[in-house]
Design a protein around this ligand. Sequence first.
Ligand code: CP3
Length: 347
Amino acid sequence: MSLSMEQEFIKALKGKETVNTPVWLMRQAGRYLPEYREVRSQAGGFLDLCYNPKLASEVTLQPLRRFDLDAAIIFSDILVIPQAMGQKLWFETGEGPKLDPIEKIKDLNDENSDELLDFLSPVFEAVEQTRSSLPDDKSLIGFAGAPWTLACYMINGGGSRDYQNVRTFAMQNPDEFQKIIDYLVRSISCYLIQKIKSGVNAVQIFDSWSGVLSANEFYNYSTLPTKKIVENVKAQYPDVLIIGFPRGAGFNYQTYIDETAIDCVSCDQSIPLDQIKEFQKSICVQGNLDNLLLLNGGQAMIDQTHKICDTLADKPFVFNLGHGVIKETDPDNVGLLIKTIKEFKRG
Ligand code: CP3
């Protein structure tokens, strides 16, 4: 690809000016789309879909056929890593993910990156197939869960509101917990490197549960492990662009930005726009429309979208939600949102 052909999304991540505001949405492929539900049932179930390269690639492309999005995010789940590390994973309808909880590092497979990558090879195949069928001006994003968020699911065995038991585990067994985090840092690094090798143009690290941590814990279990992953990935691919999403991290966002060396920070809807503007002095920012405004649509959604663009679109910025698309969302609301962003003109 020639330099002039550089994707708008990639330009923004690099801190360059863009013609329009690049946009993609977390969970843009998923149950709010009837064509997704159809392919998922064809695959047999959610995990069958994740490990079927052809169908995973198909659902990755679906939202781009409907909407003028700048990037596709490769369809998979953050929990395929614990599964590849030997943990039992299943999904119960209406209840979300379930895992056989681990209590110590020995409950996981011995560390072997070849075995891990072998288990996850359908994901890399999906990346290759998707990249080859995407137009050159559209970006492909790879992702992984951050160590803390994966450890939450691995130790708790499923979702929770506050992960008190996981924080208690870390307080009572700091050495064992650190070993789990370190193992995850290495697995996630290998996984992201392989996704980049297979063709993704950028990666996002989801720390969905970083908001339950105290400031000290946040530094040790979110900032430091993310910094190590960024170092590992950039040691192999110095030019690759990395987005970090420390959801709910509030006052910890700034240290996370300063210390991890990520290229772009994804902000949840609790961060005030003038604070995001501050972050933007040092880094590209992504976010942060409330996913509930998207669910409800209409003028309130349009007004907030204009406000976000007015505040942020003159500097490196990628439009996104503060968290993923909710499954009851009307696809027409997504259409209206994307149209509003693309028609926005800086005043
Ligand atoms: O379009 C995309 O964004 C790509 C696909 C994607 C999925 N999961 C598909 C999915 C991505 C990026 C994820 C990340 C993910 N998975 C996160 C981090 C982002 C976040 O939301 O905070 C987390 C915490 C998970 C774990 C997970 N997977 C949960 C909690 C659930 C249940 C959620 C629910 O709404 O039921 C899943 C399942 C899941 N992952 C679905 C999809 C489309 C729904 C499964 C289905 O089709 O039935």
